[in-house]
Design a protein around this ligand. Structure first.
Ligand code: GRF
Length: 209
């Protein structure tokens, strides 16, 4: 008898270019990958991420914050959409809308984000520029669980890159982005395989038997 294990149903939320979405879609296209991308949501109609999703045959939906009276109403609509699609993991990938505390509580432990710095250094916007201006010698990327703060949740994976003498914001961002594209699918794989154990702020990786 053949046992087909259901793959984890993942939604990716993105506002812009969607290069992380692309990396995730490419990883999920492999038959052995334990998760499938079943929905892409953007808060911006012109997001390139929407085209990338449709190019992979994934439903792409725009939820425009301007269509809702306030953030709570927006978050409620987003939450309902995710429930409707029976989503088991929400991946923020350049999603510029900050999710409210109620949404985060409702999906606690099931929302990942990628950030272009070695958190807790340089949270918030323009992290690569912050790193350059600060003068750090090592920068990097972080995939973390989302909690009620901005870029404050437990860290799942990190990777470092050097800051080189001639770096500009663009060259450093590109070096970090390559690591984001490697880390994010790996974090999803670990989550889907139930290999992540959260102990306080620490996310421990368990090996499969
Ligand atoms: C990435 O640098 C990510 O770390 C940050 O926003 C950017 C999104 O890029 N949160 P893309 O849309 O995935 O290309």
């Amino acid at each position: 008898m053949v046992h087909v294990t259901a793959r984890l149903r993942v939604a990716v939320l993105a506002s812009g270019r969607g290069s992380n979405l692309h990396a995730i879609l490419e990883a999920a296209a492999r038959p052995e990958f334990p998760a499938e991308i079943v929905l892409v949501v953007s808060d911006r109609e012109r997001a390139q991420a929407l085209d990338r999703a449709r190019g992979h045959g994934v439903p792409a939906i725009v939820l425009d914050p301007k269509a809702y009276p306030d953030r709570d109403a927006y978050d409620a609509a987003l939450g309902a959409l995710l429930q409707e699609h029976r989503i088991g993991l929400v991946c923020l990938a350049g999603f510029m809308h900050i999710l409210g505390a109620e949404f985060v509580r409702a999906f606690a432990g099931c929302v990942l984000n990628v950030h272009p710095s070695l958190l807790p250094a340089f949270p918030g916007l323009a992290a690569q520029r912050q790193a350059l201006e600060y003068g750090v010698k090592i920068a990097g990327a972080t995939v973390h669980l989302v909690d009620e703060g901005v870029d404050t949740g437990p860290i799942v994976l990190q990777a470092s890159v050097p800051v080189l003498p001639g770096d500009t914001e663009a060259s450093l961002s590109a070096r970090i982005l390559a690591e984001e594209h490697r880390l994010y699918p790996e974090a999803i794989r670990l989550f889907a395989n139930r290999q992540l154990r959260i102990v306080g702020r620490r996310v421990l990786e368990e090996t499969t038997t």
